[in-house]
Design a binder for this molecule. Structure first.
Ligand SMILES: NC(=O)C1=CN([C@@H]2O[C@H](COP(=O)(O)OP(=O)(O)OC[C@H]3O[C@@H](n4cnc5c(N)ncnc54)[C@H](OP(=O)(O)O)[C@@H]3O)[C@@H](O)[C@H]2O)C=CC1
Ligand SMILES: Cc1cn([C@H]2C[C@H](O)[C@@H](COP(=O)(O)OP(=O)(O)O[C@H]3O[C@@H](C)C(=O)[C@@H](O)[C@H]3O)O2)c(=O)[nH]c1=O
Ligand SMILES: [Mg+2]
Length: 301
């Protein structure tokens, strides 16, 4: 099975490359900038079709949440029209599309974990652009799976965990918002499930229940402050930089983009339909920390 993934250095595409390499029968090809720029929808579509994929995973996106508020057109071009072009290219090749989406499509006012058919209502330019992507993908290719994930981190790339470790190198205490709840998701765990979904889509081409929207986020829940506390507890135990966490409110930490107060995602549907589930977020964080240590040692020797 040939899986074509968009993106070059992104957290999810990097994890997909690593995980797919260990699975016989899966050939994974990643295509990103400069060969594929999602801001140029027509060229992106042609580049993907030329690769003759069995399945396409759109893991590339404009992900700078605050910056999107000042360049909403670019975010919309990449995450909306760009995603739609990727899905259309997949369809032209006779391939299913797996679109990676986000918890930020929700407004955050629900008090329980979000289900797939809960009403969306993004409160940021990034969230609106990703919702547009869900809509263009679904319209462009009936053979689609939209996987909404959340709070993605990995040993590499730009993410909250690495920001916390970096800030802790020079500060004893960090103020972190405690009134936004969500589900931290480790990129390699996301990759495992994406590959599991891809294999099942190939095996069951006619199964309607396997198409549509699914939530895919780390099991359990926390706040950004809770995430930071656990990061530093686990970092301290491993001799990595750590700091005290001062819990603050969103009002105390003004940012250009609004973020949902609750964006916890229920994994029940993925479990029921696909028999797949994400590991607990604390366990995943430990594995990521071990990976960071391993790489630090490798670069020292
Ligand atoms: N990061 C997160 O916390 C979350 C992410 N998501 C979604 O998950 C998916 C994967 O995110 P993640 O791996 O974290 O992303 P990253 O922020 O780590 O990387 C973004 C990727 O998108 C690529 N990209 C950005 N703009 C373009 C463009 N114009 N043309 C082609 N490629 C482009 C980047 O390219 P390059 O390699 O050249 O840098 C990179 O590969 C995205 O759809 C995102 O919306 C959902 C929830 C949370
Ligand atoms: C660095 C920092 C952030 N914060 C807050 C700001 C914000 O509310 C929250 C998280 O900040 P970040 O900028 O790291 O995360 P953010 O860019 O909001 O992350 C989001 O990225 C996109 C791509 C998604 O799809 C979402 O699921 C989510 O992961 O933590 C603090 O309170 N203190 C700090 O020192
Ligand atoms: Mg990245």
């Amino acid at each position: 099975m040939k899986i074509v993934v968009t993106g070059t250095n992104g957290q999810v595409v990097t994890a997909l490359r690593a995980r797919a390499a260990a699975i016989p029968g899966i050939a994974l090809v990643a295509i990103g900038r400069p060969e594929l720029d999602l801001a140029d929808a027509r060229a992106a579509s042609a580049a993907i079709r030329a690769l003759a994929p069995d399945i396409v995973v759109n893991a590339a996106a404009y992900t700078a949440v605050d910056q999107a508020e000042s360049e909403p057109e670019l975010a919309m071009a990449v995450n909306g029209a760009g995603a739609g072009a990727v899905a259309a290219a997949a369809r032209a090749a006779g391939a299913a599309i797996i679109q990676i989406s986000t918890d930020y499509v929700f407004d955050g006012t629900k008090t329980a974990p979000y289900l797939e058919d809960d009403p969306v209502g993004p409160i940021s330019a990034y969230g609106r652009s990703k919702l547009a992507g869900e809509e263009t993908v679904a319209a462009a290719n009936p053979d689609h799976v939209i996987l909404r994930t959340a709070w993605v981190y990995a040993a590499h790339g730009k993410n909250f965990l690495r920001t916390m470790l970096r800030l802790a190198e020079t500060r004893d205490e960090l103020s972190v918002v405690a009134d936004q709840q969500g589900c931290p998701s480790y990129a390699p765990d996301i990759a495992d499930i994406v590959l599991g979904v891809a294999q099942r889509l190939r095996d069951k081409p006619q199964e309607a229940a396997m198409r549509g929207v699914f939530h895919l986020a780390g099991a359990g829940e926390t706040s950004w402050a809770g995430f930071a506390e656990e990061i530093f507890a686990q970092a301290a135990g491993r001799g990595l930089p750590h700091a005290r966490v001062r819990p603050i409110t969103t009002a105390d930490y003004p940012t250009p983009a609004s973020r949902p107060a609750n964006s916890r995602l229920s994994g029940d549907k993925l479990k029921q339909v696909y028999g797949l589930a994400m590991p607990d977020w604390r366990d995943a964080l430990g594995r990521c920390m071990d990976e960071i240590i391993k790489e630090t040692k490798a670069t020292r020797t």
